[in-house]
Design a protein around this ligand. Structure first.
Ligand code: AMP
Ligand code: MG
Length: 329
């Protein structure tokens, strides 16, 4: 009787979870945010490896940690780093070139002035901003194989691309370990690996920038990154004005492009992350122009009036009860 019960239970589990796979979850803090991983697997070995991979990348890129390669570049101004860090900086510079400098990993001295790094928020004077802007400019970065050089008044911060890159690497580690179904959420950066246990696509919610407790819609995806940048994610208020963490490298101030959030959907988490930051700075018209010239991403834009715009490539994947405008190629 006991044996029959055991066999029936095992069969139910196999049917529900598919081939003896179970759900494993992991929640931890890294890269300044909470990360949630969920995988379907025969055991928990792969999820531990994915978590370790994200933490490894965090220690490589965290500019506040004396052990990191970015710290080394920022303090020594010329430093030999791993091929991995050099390649990620190359990817970041490439995104800068494609976005007319809207994405720029050298905005760090300006972010620091506003207190976005460290948390002592303040509104700096225009002359302080102008001085800090003297060090800003991705074209100042020199890359000679794995040696990175920057001028004395420049520093690098990969906060706008690092989480997306980490999601790509974590997904690779999971695949290498035989996992074909997982959803990784790295603080606003989601990576949907394969399909859900029941064979359907993952449905990723997009936060309503005007009410963070709500979602404004979902995108149904498989093997895609879905990354959102929004002024609502980190900001402070002074004298009734809100200042957020996405800096327009041209002004040294919070980007004011008429958008309240941008979500980018792409096969590459690093690209989706870099582009979501860049499109937020560029605004709707330039963002759509860039999308028309590219075939590597789609996007959901929300403007300051709450109007939603989506690109044609996700017409079937996007679901929302709100009105939205579909942009065509
Ligand atoms: P995200 O949350 O991906 O949009 O990136 C915002 C983070 O990237 C900020 O917290 C800064 O560390 C950094 N950042 C701010 N403005 C820019 C920019 N224009 N280009 C690249 N990185 C930026
Ligand atoms: Mg980003």
């Amino acid at each position: 009787m006991r044996k029959t019960f055991f066999v029936i239970s095992a069969l139910i589990c196999l049917t529900l979870c598919g081939c003896g796979k179970q759900e494993y979850t992991s929640s931890f803090f890294a890269m300044d945010t909470v990360m949630d991983l969920k995988i379907y697997s025969e055991n928990d070995a792969a999820i531990s490896k994915a978590e370790a991979e994200i933490k490894r990348i965090d220690s490589l890129l965290d500019r506040g940690s004396g052990e990191s390669e970015i710290y080394k570049i920022n303090s020594e101004k010329t430093a030999a780093v791993s091929g991995e860090t050099a390649d990620l900086i190359r990817t970041a510079v490439d995104i800068s070139e494609k976005t007319g400098g809207a994405f720029d990993i050298t905005t760090a001295p300006v972010s620091d002035l506003w207190g976005f790094y460290g948390g002592s928020f303040r509104v700096p004077s225009d002359s302080e901003i102008q001085t800090a802007l003297g060090g800003v400019g991705y074209e100042k970065i020199r890359l000679d194989k794995n040696t990175v050089s920057i001028p004395d008044n420049t520093s690098i911060d990969l906060g706008g691309i690092g989480k997306g890159y980490a999601s790509d690497r974590a997904a690779d580690v999971l695949r290498e370990n035989g996992v074909d179904s997982a959803i990784l959420s790295l603080g606003g950066n989601v990576y949907a690996l394969g399909k859900r246990a029941d064979g359907s696509n993952w449905s990723v919610g997009i936060t309503d920038p005007d009410d963070k407790s709500q979602i404004l819609g979902t995108v149904n995806v498989s093997d895609k990154a879905v990354v959102t940048s929004g002024g609502y994610q980190r900001y402070f208020e002074r004298d009734g004005k809100a200042y957020h963490h996405i800096i327009d490298p041209k002004t040294g101030k919070s980007a004011q492009s008429g958008l309240s959030s941008v979500t980018v959907i792409s096969q590459s988490g690093a690209l989706a992350d870099g582009l979501s930051t860049a499109l937020f700075v560029m605004g709707l018209d330039k963002g759509i122009e860039l999308w028309r010239e590219s075939d590597s991403f789609d996007a959901v834009f929300v403007d300051n009036n709450g109007q939603i715009y989506i690109t044609d490539g996700i017409r079937d994947a996007f679901k929302s009860e709100r009105d939205y405008i579909v942009e065509q190629k």
